[in-house]
Design a protein around this ligand. Structure first.
Ligand code: AMP
Length: 281
């Protein structure tokens, strides 16, 4: 695997791929890699001639300084993991390489960011939009792979690509979970064994809420999920929402035959975790 840290090094390499008409799959990450990230890399490997992974903990998308400072950095291990799945190129720029001067650019995504992560983390999606746009311009991929775990981010990226005409196909990948159903996340590394156990109740809550969807209204289903969570007072809920999969608007009934998604965000041992379950109609 080739490891690059500067934009110019990558651009030189990218020129060769263009001349050979090779397809490039791209997986942007913030590192502290786990099986979820690797499943994206593997899918990209299957569908492209070359696969590029980026590791960059993007300061612009953290609205909480402590969360940024505590974000796990495990570059050596990440390199080993990426080599084990046959990643071709790792692009791991420094903060100065990505942002040589303070960024003034702000991005607004309107309605799709009005609730959930957009409401709880002011400025987050602007930071995501800026870094992803920059990475798309630098990497120039044919396809880019994003996890459904960050479903609102996926919708934002789709909108970004459409609005700015990036010639890139966005590929949405399923959520990788552990044996207890807990969605894999770099932030899980900050949890104790008890915290990990407790965190798997987020997935249980999604399942229990989903089970109501044939019987009741979205509001009632959410109430059942909230009632279940009361058994776990150490989980501090941010939101439990049922929304459509395109505009991420709150669902008012289950009668429309359209897929929907149940989304949860909560703090366990002070660590903010998110998860969701897509239900096909
Ligand atoms: P992150 O490093 O958390 O910014 O994530 C990088 C990419 O990996 C994003 O597209 C995430 O949605 C995706 N991802 C993170 N966790 C998972 C998971 N458990 N399953 C599938 N994709 C994931």
């Amino acid at each position: 695997m080739i490891v690059l840290h500067t934009l110019s090094e990558y651009r030189n390499l990218r020129r060769n791929f263009s001349s050979e008409e090779q397809t490039v799959g791209f997986v942007p990450t913030m590192g502290a890699l786990h099986e979820g990230h690797l499943s994206l890399v593997e899918q990209s490997k299957r569908e492209n001639d070359r696969t590029v992974v980026s590791i960059f903990v993007n300061p612009l998308q953290f609205n909480n300084a402590e969360d940024y400072e505590k974000y796990p950095l495990t570059l050596k291990k990440d390199i080993q993991l990426l080599e084990s799945v046959g990643c071709d190129i790792l692009f791991a720029p420094s903060k100065d390489a990505m942002y040589p001067r303070p960024v003034e650019l702000q991005m607004e995504f309107g309605a799709i960011t009005s609730a959930m992560e957009g409401a709880s983390r002011p400025g987050h999606f602007s930071g995501v939009g800026v870094v992803v746009s920059k990475l798309f311009n630098i990497i120039q991929p044919t396809r880019a792979y994003f996890g459904q775990k960050d479903i609102q981010q996926l919708c934002v990226i789709r909108q970004l690509v459409e609005d700015l005409n990036f010639p890139i196909q966005i590929v949405s990948c399923p959520i990788a979970r552990n044996e207890k159903g807990l969605a894999l996340s770099s932030r899980n590394q900050r949890l104790s064994p008890e915290g990990l156990e407790l965190a798997s109740q987020l997935y249980r809550t999604l399942i229990i809420t989903a089970e109501q969807s044939t019987l009741t209204t979205p509001q009632q289903a959410i109430s059942v999920g909230l009632q279940y969570l009361k058994n776990y007072p150490d989980i501090r809920l941010d939101y439990l929402e049922i929304v459509d999969t395109i505009q991420l608007k709150s669902l008012s009934s289950f009668t429309v035959r359209e897929p929907f998604v149940i989304c949860i965000a909560a703090y366990v041992e002070g660590v903010r975790l998110i998860d969701n379950l897509i239900i096909q109609a």
